[in-house]
Design a protein around this ligand. Structure first.
Ligand code: UQ1
Length: 442
């Protein structure tokens, strides 16, 4: 029944002129709709638009610009130019895919439709949700008014990332604060990486002895995986950066240059709040699933797309998949994770479309977090979020700061991102690992 409906819709969609633009009444129809033109959405749609044929795949993406977000920390630290981080969306969407330049507003998985911001509907046979996660600057009192001026910046937004470097250069003395929220976030290393780059900048300017650097995290550890937590605690200590656990930023008073933290956890000061003056404040905003997902039947209780953690297929709607930051996958949200997930998702979706009885692919929770600690130094964390175990590509101990790891992340991976990940041909370093660290391969 469902198959017949799909076949009828697919046949209708194949008629000449059936590619209705979203401003024309009636739903346009695609074999596959991908919500999101970020790293994950493009890695999936590039390959599948090639495999399924021209105009069988639509990508719903409102932004005219695509950002390579992994570069943002380097921009905030003055090590890369902002111009290197973005390209027009039109240049990175696969030529065989149809770009619907609008935001998704609702998903109806019973009807197999996505409603767009202008009210038009797009119907699909298969849906991949790769919408990312929303920055919630409004979630902290006073932050929206304060950010972008008077020493408050964030590497998480293309609007404010250049402010980070600008403001850091102006600091002569006082407190520089770096925050990490209590919500799930993307790139869990970024909140502290900028503290290490700031430390280096202040030393170069001979201002370090007049600036106190403090890292404030709402969490109870500096990093989720013990091996890298130990490494980062030593790095922070050796640079003289004060680490405050269980401190959640709740208010920024821009005019007075003061940040207020609530103390979490179960320690003696839990529930208290502390207010700290700053000259510079790097904020990692709280993040949340997009509303249109949260309100839809495909979300779990937390608002993330409820998928099987191994197959990436939806737990209740078998023609729906999710990947990356919007998914319920219980691992760290990074581009490296999305690359590994993309390979699994594409295999399993094609298997379903083709009715193959070959084995399904399984995602093992792999993720990687390159923790830049200075101009030519980097701790290259690689692990499975499912097992909590390190899973390193190279034969040396990647918890040590290394110039090779820096070069790889700053100079090689950005090219891999544009030339391979977005084209769907990079699925992570597993093949390199088999050669460079066979003992760690599975
Ligand atoms: C990775 O695969 C990837 O995807 C392109 C990144 O995004 C920019 C990364 O930062 C990292 C670290 C990886 C993992 C790759 C290697 C070689 C460890």
């Amino acid at each position: 029944m469902l198959a017949a409906k799909f076949a009828a819709r697919a046949a209708a969609a194949r008629r000449p002129g059936a590619r209705l633009s979203s401003t024309v009444a009636g739903p346009s129809s695609y074999r596959l709709v991908v919500i999101g033109g970020g790293a994950a959405g493009l890695a999936v749609s590039s390959t599948l638009s090639e495999k399924l044929g021209a105009n069988e795949v639509a990508v719903i993406e409102p932004s005219a610009v695509h950002y390579q977000q992994p570069l943002f920390t380097f921009v905030g630290g003055g090590l890369k130019s902002f111009a290197d981080t973005h390209r027009p969306t039109a240049d990175v969407i696969a030529p065989g895919a149809k770009w619907i330049r609008q935001a998704a507003a609702a998903i109806d998985p019973a009807q197999n439709t996505v409603t767009l911001a202008d009210g038009a509907r797009v119907s699909y046979e298969y849906l991949v949700v790769a919408a990312g996660i929303e920055l919630d600057f409004a979630g902290i009192k006073g932050l929206e008014a304060a950010i972008g001026r008077d020493g408050v910046a964030s590497n998480y937004s293309p609007k404010y990332v250049q402010k980070t470097f600008e403001f850091l250069q102006n600091v002569r003395s006082g407190n520089a604060l770096f925050t990490m929220p209590a919500t799930p976030i993307k790139c869990a290393g970024a909140p502290q990486k900028i503290a290490y780059l700031a430390d280096e900048l202040f030393r170069e300017k001979d201002a370090r002895h007049r600036v106190n650097l403090s890292y404030y995290t709402a969490l109870g550890k500096i990093f989720a995986i013990d091996k890298y937590a130990d490494a980062m605690n030593s790095v922070a200590q050796s640079r003289g950066i004060d680490v405050n656990l269980f401190h959640d930023l709740v208010e920024v008073d821009g005019p007075a240059k003061k940040a207020t933290f609530q103390i979490l956890g179960s320690g003696p000061r839990a529930g208290e709040s502390v207010t700290v003056p700053y000259e510079f404040l790097h904020v990692t905003p709280p993040m949340k699933p997009y509303d249109f997902i949260k309100r839809s039947p495909i979300a779990n209780a937390a608002g993330f797309v409820d998928v099987n953690q191994y197959t990436l297929q939806h737990s209740r709607f078998p023609n729906v998949y999710a990947i990356g930051d919007c998914s319920s996958l219980p691992t760290s949200k990074t581009a490296a994770a999305a690359a590994a997930q993309a390979k699994v998702l594409k295999h399993n979706l094609l298997r379903q479309i083709r009715g193959s009885d070959g084995p399904a692919a399984s995602y093992d929770g792999y993720t990687s977090c390159p923790l830049v600690t200075g101009k030519h130094k980097l701790v290259l964390a690689e692990f499975s979020g499912y097992t909590g175990k390190p899973h390193e590509t190279f034969f040396f101990n990647q918890a040590n700061e290394h110039a090779f790891s820096y070069w790889l992340t700053a100079d090689v991976l950005p090219e891999v991102y544009w030339n391979s990940m977005l084209k769907g041909t990079w699925s992570g370093p597993a093949a390199i690992r088999r050669v460079a660290n066979p003992a760690s391969s599975d």
